[in-house]
Design a protein around this ligand. Structure first.
Ligand SMILES: Cc1cc2nc3c(=O)[nH]c(=O)nc-3n(C[C@H](O)[C@H](O)[C@H](O)COP(=O)(O)OP(=O)(O)OC[C@H]3O[C@@H](n4cnc5c(N)ncnc54)[C@H](O)[C@@H]3O)c2cc1C
Length: 459
């Protein structure tokens, strides 16, 4: 006999808990199922722990630069990796336990711990238990992709989850993958004191970004002593005593890089392979992402997919926004949809990259008449005062409508500054609204009106 619920949520990531609680508050009988740790990737192996580690790495970096500010720290700067990990663990624990307690104390909500697998269209098996509901919300997230690279099964490697257990300093960390996750780990471990090499198959780092962003990020990382091998077409692995030889096979430079540890950061895959979606007839694409419409409905009535597993976003804020869209449509008679959102994210190297809307490359490809404004951080007073002048700010505007099309802000505080661009984009207001706004001095944000006052047509 199956236990019947009004709604079942699978996964306690960034969409599931809020939705489960919202549904339970309406009086529905709801179950939420979690197979591992409460809070999912962001809380346990993603955003929160990495940003806690980035903060420790930044403290080490600033301490090493103390002399630049006239501060003398006698002796060399040492990093205690056990303490770094303990600090990160404490930050994670607070969030994960918070989610668990919240769910377990919500009325009408049953928390079930175990792996859920479809056993029919509206039916699940979790261990020996059968569960049933007419409304099902899939929030199973994703995990690190492990592609079939030559020799990968012969060597030990780390991924973003196992990196969370590291409480020692790798002598030489080889990071495979020069995109968002790989770059954050590369910079933090360099700052902790490891030798670090990034091996990237493509011809530039974070290739979804504009070339000027990729180039600047490379300069920043190389400036800290990180070695970067691009165009590494044929990545393979061999054991080399207790080390790993990573074959990079590039046209120039060494054919192999020998590291003490290897981190694979080459993308993510959805957690749908072990969910039994075929039992429910739910359509997935060839990479396993659940197909959804603009309101996150799958092809099966009453079944929704939210967060990373639907391939419509790959961030905590997109997963949470999925929850808001589903709740608005189901409970508030408010017609919200995925296509209303403006792409936005940050790359948390230091200094960070804040992104909103289109890249310059996308704007040029669209053939629009556009205006561009760009300023190096060396011309930003706040950055000079703080002695952190890496990066630049670039804003793109539609020449006809005067609406902002996008921005790439790489520099100190830019993960925050980007929101003033984003909010004007959401307000659908012309750029002149910010250009005429009086901003506070001295801030990084005060330069945004200046950049908008210097817009030039695309060449
Ligand atoms: C290293 C790293 C850094 C990141 N940094 C950022 C950042 O700074 N900002 C940002 O916005 N995003 C960041 N992300 C991405 C972010 O973590 C994810 O986009 C976000 O966690 C997705 O949330 P979700 O709700 O879709 O799924 P998840 O958070 O992955 O949660 C899914 C949950 O479902 C559970 N589950 C899966 N299958 C089953 C099953 N069959 N039965 C029961 N339970 C199941 C899992 O155990 C998990 O708890 C980062 C990711 C990584 C890897």
């Amino acid at each position: 006999m199956a236990t019947k619920f009004d709604a079942i949520v699978i996964g306690t990531g960034q969409a599931g808990p809020s939705l489960a609680v919202r549904l339970a508050e309406t009086g529905m009988k709801v179950a939420i199922i979690e197979r591992k740790r409460f809070g999912g990737t962001c809380v346990n192996n993603g955003c929160i722990p990495t940003k806690a580690l980035v903060a420790s790495a930044r403290a080490a970096h600033v301490a090493r630069r103390a002399g630049d500010y006239g501060v003398t720290i006698p002796g060399s700067i040492a990093v205690d990796m056990k303490k770094v990990k303990a600090r990160k663990d404490a930050v994670v624990r607070q969030s994960s336990e918070g989610v668990e307690k919240w769910l377990k104390t919500t009325q009408n909500l049953t928390v079930i711990e175990g792996h859920a697998r479809f056993a029919g269209v509206y039916r699940f098996r979790v261990g020996d238990e059968l569960l049933e509901a007419d409304k099902i919300f899939i929030n199973v997230g994703g995990r690190a992709s492990i592609p079939p690279l030559r020799g990968i099964d012969q060597v030990l490697y780390l991924n973003n989850s196992t990196m969370m257990d590291v409480d020692f300093l790798p002598e030489h960390l080889v990071v495979i993958g020069g995109s968002y996750v790989g770059l954050e780990f590369a910079q933090m471990y360099r700052r902790f004191g490891s030798e670090v090499t990034i091996v990237e198959r493509g011809s530039r780092l974070c290739k979804r970004e504009d070339c000027d962003v990729s180039e600047n990020v490379k300069t920043i990382l190389e400036g800290e002593g990180i070695k970067i091998r691009l165009g590494a077409e044929c990545i393979g692995f061999d054991k080399c005593g207790d080390k790993v030889a990573v074959q990079v096979d590039c046209s120039s430079g060494d054919k192999t890089v020998i590291g003490s540890h290897t981190l694979l950061a080459v993308g993510r895959v959805p957690n749908t392979i072990d969910l039994g979606v075929e039992q429910a007839g739910i359509k997935v694409d060839k990479r396993g992402y659940i197909q959804v419409d603009d309101q996150l409905r799958t092809n099966v009535p009453g079944i929704y997919a939210l967060g990373d597993c639907n391939g419509r976003g790959a961030f905590t804020h997109t997963a949470y926004n999925d929850y808001e869209i589903v709740a608005a449509n189901l409970l508030d008679d408010d017609h919200r949809q995925v296509s209303d959102r403006i792409p936005a994210y940050a790359l948390y190297i230091d200094p960070p990259l804040g992104r909103a809307g289109m890249t310059e490359g996308e704007v040029r490809k669209s053939g629009r008449q556009a205006l561009i404004g760009k300023r190096p951080m060396t011309q930003v007073g706040r950055a000079r005062e703080k002695g952190e002048t890496d990066g630049f700010m670039k804003i793109l505007v539609d020449a006809k409508t005067k609406k902002i099309l996008g921005a790439s802000l790489l520099g100190i505080e830019c993960d925050e500054v980007i929101h003033l661009i984003l909010d004007v984009m959401y307000a659908n207001a012309p750029y002149t609204v910010i250009q005429r706004a009086m901003h506070i001095h001295p801030t990084v944000s005060e330069l945004i009106p200046t950049i908008l006052g210097e817009l030039k047509p695309f060449k």
